[in-house]
Design a binder for this molecule. Structure first.
Ligand code: NDP
Ligand code: DGY
Length: 327
């Protein structure tokens, strides 16, 4: 096929070379190679006249973007399971397909959530700093120095027992926890039965849990769900882990809860905004461990995710059914 007739794809930021090479066998691909997130201007310029968009979370695909892209746009393919950055209703209305990457990143994200539970429970960040800073010898005589929390025997609360929440619950169950509770908009009896989890209200989950793990999708029901009242309900020893999205947390309230000892510690893979500015007060707290949104960032998972996005785009532009439709 002559190159002028190849479907046009715009990638809003750099994509792995293998995925790009596969796409280029069938499509004319433009990549926004600029470092960091694309500016709105670059995004609007890039999408014009495209048949497919290869997108990532935090890059808003809204009415203006779809209007500028034009009526030939066939598919918006996101390299994520989160869909909150895309106007799904409008895409549906206009017959634009939307694909995402469910399931393939569940294991990697669950493993990261468990890592955050373990790292915060045993204060690994503080431990590593103590060794590096040479205070090990001077504090070791105190037998309670860097005292951690045990996972066995604890109550684990999962906020959002979906694919990732269930995978986290299964892994934490292996640590011989005493109980798993979960919450959501609706009970999920089948998933709950797989891990013996009990459905409770959000308030009850906050009260009962030693570890509160957020793994929900984002929607209007849970923006700032973790606010002052929520942290007040938790135990002073509770550990809060978030692998969902930063917008479900009132970060000022989290800072106050951690600084005042209202809760014990936090482990965050996601923040608001991302990246979190180095001047953010949360970064001054020894009991707050923050990693840069690495949930799905393993070699195997990222390869599969990219392959899936490419397969969806190729199906979308060729008029075949897409593999993982968002609706
Ligand atoms: P699922 O759709 O399988 O699960 C989402 C869960 O969230 C459902 O159980 C849903 O239950 C629940 N939920 C929605 N609203 C609420 C609420 N208000 N309170 C409690 N639970 C709620 O999605 P996945 O498990 O595959 O992914 C979940 C999210 O994890 C993604 O949307 C994404 O934001 C995030 N994620 C983060 C990653 C990272 O790198 N840190 C990697 C991958 C995903 P119900 O509908 O019954 O309320
Ligand atoms: C997702 O898939 O939603 C993650 O946040 C990015 O991997």
């Amino acid at each position: 096929m002559a190159s002028s007739r190849l479907p046009k794809v715009f990638a809003v930021k750099a994509i792995p070379p293998a995925g790009l090479a596969r796409l280029r066998q069938h499509c004319q691909v433009t990549v926004n190679e600029k470092k960091g997130w694309p500016t709105r201007e670059d995004l609007l310029q890039g999408v014009r006249g495209m048949d497919a968009l290869f997108v990532f979370p935090f890059v808003k695909i809204d009415r203006e973007v779809l209007d500028v892209a034009g009526p030939q746009l066939k598919i918006v393919a996101t390299h994520s399971v989160g869909l909150e950055h895309i106007d799904l209703e409008l895409c549906k209305e206009r017959g634009i397909k939307v694909s995402y990457t469910p399931d393939v990143l569940t294991t990697a994200t669950a493993e990261l959530a468990v890592s955050l539970v373990l790292a915060t429970a045993r204060r690994l960040d503080e431990c590593f700093c103590a060794v590096k800073e040479g205070v090990w010898g001077t504090c070791w005589e105190n037998s309670l120095w860097l005292l951690g929390k045990q996972i066995s025997g604890s109550v684990v609360g999962i906020v959002g027992l979906g694919r990732i929440g269930l995978a986290i619950a299964k892994r934490l169950a292996a640590f011989e926890v005493s109980k798993i509770v979960y919450t959501g908009r609706t009970p999920r009896p089948e998933s709950a039965a797989a891990v013996g989890a009990e459905f409770v209200s959000f308030d009850e989950l906050c009260k009962q849990s030693d570890f509160v793990v957020a793994s929900c999708s984002v929607n209007e029901s849970n923006k700032n769900l973790f606010n002052r009242e929520a942290f007040k309900k938790m135990k002073p020893t509770s550990i809060f882990v978030n692998v969902a999205r930063g917008v479900i947390v009132d970060q000022e309230a989290l800072y106050e809860a951690l600084a005042s000892g209202e809760i014990g510690a936090a482990g965050l893979d996601v923040t608001n905004p991302e990246p979190l500015p180095p001047s953010d007060p949360l970064l001054t707290l020894p009991n707050c461990l923050i990693v840069p949104h690495i949930g799905s960032l393993t070699d195997t998972t990222r390869k599969i995710m990219c392959d899936l996005v490419v397969d969806n785009i190729l199906a979308g532009v060729e008029g075949r059914p897409i593999i993982s439709p968002a609706f």
